[in-house]
Design a protein. Structure first.
Length: 346
């Protein structure tokens, strides 16, 4: 996952996600195997995040994400990017200490079965615990869902010394190839740190300074689609729609399957009254992440401007269902549906 926050988690259905921020903290393929083994342990043990269906959690994420998006506290301040953050937060879970210990035990077994050195498991725990002391804010998300306690580390150390044959601990570490592969991520880390500053400014509604941070970050890593998407979103919030459309076009050219950039591009083209292009971008976003509030809202605005009231009403109905008619977007959609006779007043 192209996110600078160190994290790893198991998605509903068993898919494993690890962020660039966490990978860049690791020094060997063995350490990566430790992280992935731990997450696979959560999947095979059927812990909370995989006990619910993907559709249930995704529906909750989009519904709550849409409702939160409409609140006065966030409207107009990086709202499109915030919707993705809300969804991602709802697709993670907090594990208990017993669940973490079980995932540790399974993870060590899995990495040994895959011919890695189990010492890297404990080593990884120490590396992350030490890094969190230097950068506590960076690891807040990871450790909120995966509590890193001294007892957990001690249990893993005891398991290492008693549970594995000595020859497994003599296995050579896979370092050189890993370093070559991860080298670009570490080189790009300053740009993503700059983008993190931009996100913080966005949350403070300092959109102009945030846009400058994102622009500098995108210049540092010119082939990063997500950095261009961040920048385009800030430009949209600044009502610089031409630039937002151009920058999100650049993001789309770098990665045609980035929902975030497609959404910003669709919104910017609506503002520019390029309705057909806007709808094309929104359809692409819909294919990537179905049934999101913002896609429905912007599609509805396009259809309304084009005089297609029936199509607009279909989209606004989705918005009202997700937001209960609250907030800026929900109120707008409900107002139109009421005015057109699709909803009863009050």
């Amino acid at each position: 996952m192209d996110d600078n926050t160190p994290n790893a988690y198991a998605l509903p259905g068993g898919k494993i996600t690890i962020t660039r921020g966490l990978i860049s903290k690791l020094d060997s393929e063995d350490q990566l195997a430790a992280v992935l083994g731990h997450e696979i342990g959560h999947v095979t043990a059927r812990h909370a995040v995989v006990s619910a269906s993907r559709d249930q959690l995704l529906g909750l994420a989009l519904g709550v994400g849409g409702a939160v998006l409409q609140s006065e506290e966030v409207a107009g301040a990086g709202a499109i990017e915030l919707a993705g953050q809300v969804g991602a937060a709802l697709l993670t879970t907090k594990y208990s200490r017993d669940q973490e210990r079980q995932a540790d035990e399974l993870g060590m077994k899995y990495m040994v079965a895959a011919s890695y050195n189990p010492e890297a498991f404990v080593e990884t725990m120490r590396v992350l615990a030490s890094a969190s002391q230097r950068e506590p804010g960076q690891f807040e998300t990871l450790f909120s869902s995966h509590p890193m306690t001294s007892e957990r580390i001690a249990t893993a150390e005891q398991r290492l010394s008693a549970g594995f044959a000595p020859e497994t601990r003599k296995r050579p570490r896979a370092i050189q190839a890993f370093s070559r592969a991860v080298g670009p991520l570490k080189e790009e880390a300053p740009a993503f740190a700059l983008a993190d500053e931009g996100k913080a400014l966005t949350r403070q509604r300092q959109i102009g300074p945030a846009a400058e941070k994102f622009e500098r970050a995108a210049a540092m890593v010119s082939r990063s689609p997500i950095l261009h998407a961040f920048w385009s979103d800030a430009l949209y919030d600044l009502r610089q729609y031409d630039r937002a459309e151009n920058v999100s076009d650049r993001a789309n050219s770098l990665n045609a399957n980035l929902y975030y950039a497609r959404l910003v591009n669709g919104a910017a083209n609506w503002r520019l009254r390029n309705h057909q292009e806007s709808l094309e971008q929104l359809r692409a976003a819909e294919r990537l992440v179905p049934e999101t509030v913002l896609v429905a809202y912007f599609a509805g605005r396009n259809f309304e401007d084009m005089g297609n009231r029936q199509a607009a009403a279909e989209q606004y109905t989705k918005v009202v269902r997700a937001t209960q008619g609250r907030g800026e977007y929900g109120q707008y959609a409900a107002g139109r549906l009421t005015e057109w006779g699709y909803l009863r007043p009050g």
